[in-house]
Design a protein around this ligand. Structure first.
Ligand SMILES: C[S@@+](CC[C@H](N)C(=O)[O-])C[C@H]1O[C@@H](n2cnc3c(N)ncnc32)[C@H](O)[C@@H]1O
Length: 394
């Protein structure tokens, strides 16, 4: 076997790559690959813990140990930056442990089959075990299977599960159960499983069928009303790592902007006065209500930052800016940031490619990347998150 048949890195989609560029599915760095494709496991190759791996689309990297997963994350970020001629100090990724995912979308069929979709397919893996979901979420899989069997939906369902302060919040998309028998089955299910909320949506907005107490999620010590299917960082460990990085960048800056603020993960965790902008009406209303009730100095604006990014003059009013856009990044806002005189920025990203594209615009406008803190909160997946510290180069 030659040097060229040793796996040297993991590609963006999770295959191992040999020094001569061959892509080998389910191979880890240090594995050796024979001419016929057989893999001889190296020091970073683990026996995947879950029986559903690799069919289940929930995980792509269960065959990697944490050292190899960390390196994969660092390589993805460095590769994204290099594509734009950039480099930076990339710190050791903070990884969320198994069974901590507090938010997930499962799929279900009328047969009761329920789970993540099979990789590159619409088929569903009927979950018998799961090593990423929080136990509170996984405990609902078997009871949900029985409930769905009773509801006999005509089409495939999406089931959004979120661990809220009061318990699990369940939103089922694709069916609106009608009739007494269905209503009784839902109440019995919600009661038996001590759900925080149960809602259904057939395409016209969520209709809540069970919510004994108003559902909240506590962010920065403040209980925030939780609209169904809200964005939430995937694990509380991931949230804590991102918040810690953002806090260290912002420091005690008295006036801060939080752009793409969601329910206030960062706005409510910062010590100063915070202006929070967000396009999701329900999210920004929830943040406004929570901040008002807890007398936190958070000033909210319902604003579409793609159509109407903060202008350079608006940005110049803040001592620091936090930005946490969706996967597509924030091209328009990055252009305004490049033209602003804002001194400090925390860029939180779930996509190393759009992050690097946006940061390139800013670096060309006089910013520099101080450091990047990667966060792996989607354990064993190819999903990469990060918080980056940027400041004015001069
Ligand atoms: C990655 S989430 C971050 C949310 C929040 N920072 C957090 O950590 O919980 C991105 C947020 O951007 C919001 N968003 C999406 N498109 C937007 C737009 N055009 N303008 C403003 N906000 C937008 C989403 O509703 C979502 O809340």
């Amino acid at each position: 076997m030659t040097e060229a048949s040793t796996i040297v890195r993991v590609a963006a989609r999770g295959e191992g790559v040999t020094a001569d560029g061959r892509h080998v599915p389910f191979a880890a760095p240090g594995d050796r690959v024979s001419e016929n494709g057989a893999i001889e496991a190296g020091p970073h190759h683990l026996v995947p813990p879950c029986r559903h791996f690799p069919q289940c689309g929930g995980c792509q990297l269960q065959h990697l140990d944490d050292a190899a997963w960390r390196q994969f994350i660092v390589d993805r970020i460095a590769g994204g930056l290099a594509a734009h001629g950039l480099s930076a100090e990339i710190r050791s990724p903070v990884l969320s442990p198994p069974r901590t995912r507090r938010r997930a979308t499962l799929h279900a069929e009328s047969s009761g089959r329920i789970g993540f979709a099979v990789e590159k397919s619409h088929a569903i893996v009927d979950l018998a075990e799961c090593h990423v979901l929080a136990p509170e979420l996984f405990a609902l899989v078997a009871p949900l299977r029985r409930l769905i069997h009773k509801l006999r939906p005509k089409r495939r369902l999406d089931i959004h599960l979120t661990l809220a302060d009061q318990g699990v919040d369940v939103l089922i998309n694709g069916v609106m159960p009608e009739g007494l028998a269905a209503a009784e089955a839902i109440t019995a299910f919600a009661e038996a499983n001590r759900l925080a909320r149960m809602a259904f949506d057939e395409g016209y907005g969520p209709e809540t069928r069970w919510e004994p107490d108003a559902v909240t999620i506590t962010l920065g010590g403040v209980p925030v009303p939780l609209p169904p299917a809200s964005f939430l960082q995937a694990t509380s460990e991931g949230e804590a790592a991102l918040v810690e990085a953002v806090r260290s960048i912002v420091g005690d800056t008295p006036v801060v902007a939080d752009l793409f603020a969601g329910l206030g993960t960062f706005a409510l965790a910062l010590p100063g006065r915070v202006y929070a902008a967000e396009a999701g009406r329900e999210a920004i209303m929830a943040l406004k209500a929570a901040a008002g009730r807890s007398q936190r100095a958070v000033f909210t604006e319902h604003r579409d930052l793609y159509r109407r990014p903060l202008t350079p003059a608006e940005l110049d009013r803040f001592g620091a800016i936090v930005i946490d856009p969706p996967r597509a990044g924030a091209k328009e806002q990055a252009q305004a940031l490049a033209a602003s005189r804002a001194p400090r920025l925390a860029y939180v990203s779930c996509n190393p490619s759009s992050f690097a594209r946006d940061v390139k615009v800013m670096v060309d406008g006089g910013w520099r990347i101080d450091w990047i803190q990667p966060v792996g909160q989607f354990r064993w997946s190819t999903h990469v998150e990060l918080a980056a510290s940027l400041s004015r180069a001069s």
